[in-house]
Design a protein around this ligand. Sequence first.
Ligand code: C5P
Length: 220
Amino acid sequence: AQPVIVAIDGPSGTGKSSTSKAVAAQLGLSYLDTGAQYRAITWWMVTNGIDIEDPTAIAAVAGKAEILSGTDPAHPTITVDGVDVAGPIRTQEVTSRVSAVSAVPEVRARITELQRSLAADAEHGIVVEGRDIGTTVLPDADLKIFLTASAEARAARRSGELKGADVASTREALIQRDAADSSRKTSPLAKADDAVEVDTTELTLAQVIECVVTLVEEKR
Ligand code: C5P
């Protein structure tokens, strides 16, 4: 079979990662979490004392970190200059800064190039999840999905993941991050015209996975 390229976009807390990983595993495809790449470069900026408020400073060092993503859906990995950063990229410190770093065009150009090369190298195809995959990174993807859910559902899922974090403050942080991601100039979070929108508010994870698997199988 021809390699199949699946783009899954949407705001935070819609189940993109859980869905994408499971779909890739079931169908024998590679898996790429592009948010992890933006988090990794943000971690590098924070660790190296780069001023996150200064886009020029960020742009000047956008090419410095070597970011490697392992694309096995059973064991996705992410390293920066050889250091495993899977844990550190999920901290509040990184989460609160990632939208500012990922808005810088030089950062996006760099990360987009990595993403296209990983997608081109995936032998059986790949599920790539993010914010601008269907619109910018892989506009010729075989299938584009745009996942949505109510702000309440997204905040409840995210605070569950963060083990008891306060739902109200998680909701505010999510809304702020999505607003920043949707309003930036370069490749904002957006649904591609030819994407299939799936509202996951009333669906279980298993139902979302089944829905996407069926859509991929129809394309093969
Ligand atoms: O998916 P996740 O919440 O880990 O993404 C973290 C951040 O990375 C997003 O809030 C966004 O700022 C950025 N991002 C992006 N483009 C993508 C994926 C993530 O700008 N394709």
